[in-house]
Design a protein around this ligand. Structure first.
Ligand code: AMP
Ligand code: ZN
Length: 473
């Protein structure tokens, strides 16, 4: 499989460090508001990546953080902790907000069939590890303490900004935010932040009462569970400029080893030309969207675009996704409703489907091409259905369900079966009514034909004084 590695800016063959084992970390949610469509666009891809790798026989260990402290309103260490601020606005204890939001986070991702990671470490649960990490950086001379806060000195780490060279611009740091006078260099970033008086979210440390910096959390939690070097680290494209270069600097400074072999970044969901974001207020919450749209259609919409392209949110694209899904469901529902027939050449087409699907997914997770391979096969299935070629259709149905599952689209086959059962019952009832009318009109020839043909299909009609009943043979 090839993945576009943001570090080398090219597609590279994916080779894990250890045989088939994959150590995967994805940046997760800062847990102060409900999940919006932009968040799940990114999460859907990591889910699909994990599903696909597992399907190809890799043993994936997936960690995704939950940030419950330390993410300030501006990513570059200024402003206020997002959780503390929101909790105050809502008149809640910060940890009450966190508990509520975690519960709602899982409700939302479960509703969208986004698989859960193996571990969801919370920043507040790893304070001792963070203090140890910072102590090591101080001992090695990569960090410095000023007035109860600790900063990473980017000038001590010569390859800083390798992931995105433009991020290493001291002027740009100064332009975005007023540079904190405690920092030696504008690009230095906080590892530990001194807590203001009366602050609830604080912990004792060798440097006084404070809390960890957001960038530090991901390094500490990924390395705790996955080791010094990860196979894949993913996140939204905005992390390319600051969060991820900072993660690399502090992790590699500590271990002296490469932190991540493959960095992958997902582009954004866009609304009217701007990133959907909590701070812009142009977001659509998943729980609101679910009032209007089927979760499977939402998933289909999200996945029907390449992860390295922006995706525009608009109703038409949504309807298009819903239509494609309906076409697939219609075809699969028809399978099994037709009587037996001859063998077909679909076996060869099935192999083509699987080959094309794998080629697409191996090419940097090209979910769009993967969906196209499925739609092409659906057209062939429709043709075979018209010609009543049943034998290979059941296998085809199973294969489509299997491949869609890798894309996070779980079709409710149980429902489809139930609908089919209900449909059969209604049709038999309808035939009984028609036969009744035919008999009243003394058209016994046709009414007898209905009874004998139903009997060939295993449905026995019994005429009683109260009307006709039917049973399966
Ligand atoms: P946050 O809670 O804001 O840190 O975001 C959590 C995750 O959602 C991060 O991986 C972000 O990159 C991702 N994300 C936020 N907004 C969008 C968006 N509009 N499109 C795609 N991903 C997004
Ligand atoms: Zn992160």
């Amino acid at each position: 499989m090839k993945l576009f590695n943001s570090l080398t800016r090219q597609k590279e063959e994916f080779i894990p460090i250890e045989n088939k084992k994959v150590r995967f970390y994805s940046c997760g949610q800062t847990i102060y508001l409900d999940v919006h469509l932009g968040n799940v666009r990114t999460y859907s891809y990591w889910d699909v990546l994990v599903r696909y790798l597992r399907w190809r026989g890799f043993d994936v260990f997936w960690v995704q953080n939950i940030t419950d402290v330390g993410h300030l309103t501006d990513d570059a260490d200024s402003g206020e902790d997002r959780i503390v601020k929101t909790a105050r606005d809502k008149n809640l204890e910060p940890m009450v907000l966190v508990e509520t939001q975690i519960k709602r986070f899982f409700e939302d991702i479960d509703a969208l069939n986004i698989q859960r990671a193996d571990v969801y470490p919370r920043a507040t649960g790893h304070i001792p590890e963070m203090i140890d990490f910072i102590s090591e950086l101080l001992k090695k001379g990569y960090a410095y303490v000023v007035n109860g806060s600790v900063y990473f000195d980017v000038h001590k780490f010569p390859s800083y900004g390798e992931l995105s060279p433009s991020s290493y611009s001291e002027e740009s740091a100064g332009v975005r935010v007023a540079v904190n006078p405690e920092k030696r260099n504008p690009r230095d970033f906080a590892l530990w932040i001194k807590a203001p008086p009366n602050y609830l979210m604080k912990w004792p440390s060798p440097w006084g009462l404070g809390y960890p910096g957001w960038h530090l959390e991901c390094s500490v939690m990924s390395q705790k569970y996955l080791g010094d070097t990860l196979d894949i680290h993913s996140g939204g494209i905005e992390h390319l400029m600051l969060h991820h270069p900072n993660e690399i600097a502090q992790s590699e400074a500590r271990t002296g080893k490469k932190f991540v072999n493959y960095w992958i970044h997902a582009n954004h969901l866009i609304v009217n030309g701007r990133k959907m974001s909590k701070s812009l207020g142009n977001y659509i919450l998943i729980r609101d969207l679910l009032k209007k749209y089927d979760p499977t259609a939402i998933r289909f919409f999200l996945i029907n675009s390449h992860y390295r392209k922006n995706l525009d949110f608009n109703e038409d694209a949504f309807k298009e996704a819903q239509n494609l899904l309906t076409r697939i469901k219609n075809t699969l529902t028809l399978i099994g409703q037709i009587p037996g027939g001859e063998e077909t050449t679909l076996t060869a087409d099935l192999e083509i489907l699987e080959t094309e699907f794998i080629q697409a997914m191996d090419d940097d997770l090209n979910t769009v091409a993967a969906i196209q391979s499925i739609m092409k096969f659906i057209r062939k299935l429709n043709f075979a259905l018209e010609n009543q070629r049943k034998t290979v259709l059941d296998v085809s149905k199973g294969k489509i369900i299997e491949l869609l599952e890798i894309l996070g689209i779980t079709l409710e086959t149980a429902n489809m079966e139930q609908n089919k059962g209900e449909l059969v019952e209604s049709l038999v009832d309808l035939l009984i009514n028609v036969r009744e009318d035919l008999r009243k009109a003394k058209m016994f020839g046709i009414s007898d034909k209905i009874r004998s043909n139903l009997s060939k299909l295993g449905i026995i009609l019994e005429d009683k004084g109260t009307g006709t009943i039917w049973k399966k043979q």
